[in-house]
Ligand binder design. Sequence first.
Ligand SMILES: O=C(O)CCC(=O)C(=O)O
Ligand SMILES: [Fe+2]
Length: 273
Amino acid sequence: MAAVLETLEQSPFQTRLLTGQTGVEIKDIRLQDMSDENVEATRRLVGEYCVGVFPNQNLSPEDQLEFVSRFGKITKTPGVDMRSGVDFVHVVADRGDPDHPVSGGFHTDTCFVETPPSFSTLHAIEVPSHGGDTIFCNQYMAYDSLSDVMKSWLEGMRFKHVVSGTDRPEEVPDPVWHPAVRTHPVTLRKALYVTYADRCIEAEGLNPEEGKNLIDFLYKHSLRDHAMYRHRWNPGDFVMWDNRCSLHAAVYDHGDQPRILHRVMCQGEKPFE
Ligand SMILES: O=C(O)CCC(=O)C(=O)O
Ligand SMILES: [Fe+2]
């Protein structure tokens, strides 16, 4: 814990923690004007608290691409239509169903490639007056709260990740194996790296039933209230999360109110234990 608070105190920004350990708000900074030094401070802060919230931004799709490219090579999910007319800027504009609100399901983005995105970002263009929140959970906390026996059991364990739901199956990559526990390259903390059962389908060395139950347990273990931050959107919000240490889920309870967000991601390293 001490190391975490140090990062916040050392940061050059006006910051506010949004929950005990997950989510940090970074105020009074225009993303287009950020210095290289502040980009590095952002990388550390978001790495430590999993989610960074920058209110009141006004970014064109090109500005967003430019900003995110400072954190890594811009990337996109294979097989997904961008819908924006600007390559690599994905328009997220899903409608809710007033009678049957659902959660999009907690996941880490595009984990089914060799080098999954480090950061994903959403810039709010138009948001519902209520509903349509995005929830994040902290995968350092999920790992830290496992027993020592479970932690040692997961050492060297790898899970198989595959694509689920795609616009263009021909662009889908082959399955990949990633460590169940990954070390964050910036914070050097360990985080549990699982996602929903459709995408995380097998544990190396275990029989199918064992693997399915293990992944199911770890996934459920990740979704505990005290490790979550729930973001209620305002227009102009820019939210950046670190896929190496968090899961997230959209909540589609906004009925037919418009909800339009621009999404840009950058590539991370190959996950390592
Ligand atoms: O719409 C949202 O709030 C998040 C959707 C999502 O999972 C993503 O953009 O990666
Ligand atoms: Fe996502």
